[in-house]
Design a protein around this ligand. Structure first.
Ligand code: HEC
Length: 120
């Protein structure tokens, strides 16, 4: 096999390893992928010691509607991602990273919001 072919195979393996699973097409599955790949779980799921940095999001689809009286659930979730300091959940630090959603395409941001909304 030629050297070029070997390089091509190595590149293909590398690309597959980096890209991981293909992006899901339905918004909720895509949102779940983003939730994992962006590291949201690092703060929002309990660590080995059962502690977590941020509030649980298990029912955020319901909870979001109750946070700010004039803000709908969808808007609240979107704002929590784009501007975490706009409303700080009582009992938690204003420590969610800024700009975590800044590089998301509008479609991906919608998918992430859709996924969180589905957690009733
Ligand atoms: C470094 C830790 C950290 C990471 C990473 C993080 N968050 Fe947060 N998040 C927090 C903290 C702390 C709060 C509570 C303070 C506040 O309201 O800003 C919070 C609040 C939230 C809220 C509001 C929850 C409620 O009950 O009202 C949502 C929604 C949320 N985060 C979504 C996300 C998503 C989606 C990601 C990934 C894109 C993410 N967070 C990544 C720490 C984090």
């Amino acid at each position: 096999m030629g050297r070029l072919a070997l390089v091509c195979i190595a590149l293909a393996v590398l690309i597959v390893a980096c890209v991981g699973e293909a992006p899901a097409t339905d918004p909720v599955s895509r949102g779940r992928q983003l939730y994992r790949s962006l590291g949201c779980a690092n703060c929002h799921e309990p660590n080995l010691f059962g502690q977590r940095n941020g509030p649980p999001l298990d029912h955020i689809g319901t909870v979001a509607a109750t946070r700010v009286p004039t803000v709908r659930a969808e808007e609240y979730i979107r704002q929590s991602i784009l501007d975490p300091g706009a409303y700080v959940v009582p009992g938690y630090q204003d420590s969610m990273p800024r700009g975590i959603g800044r590089d998301l395409s509008p479609t991906d941001l919608d998918a992430l919001v859709e996924y969180l909304l589905s957690l009733k």
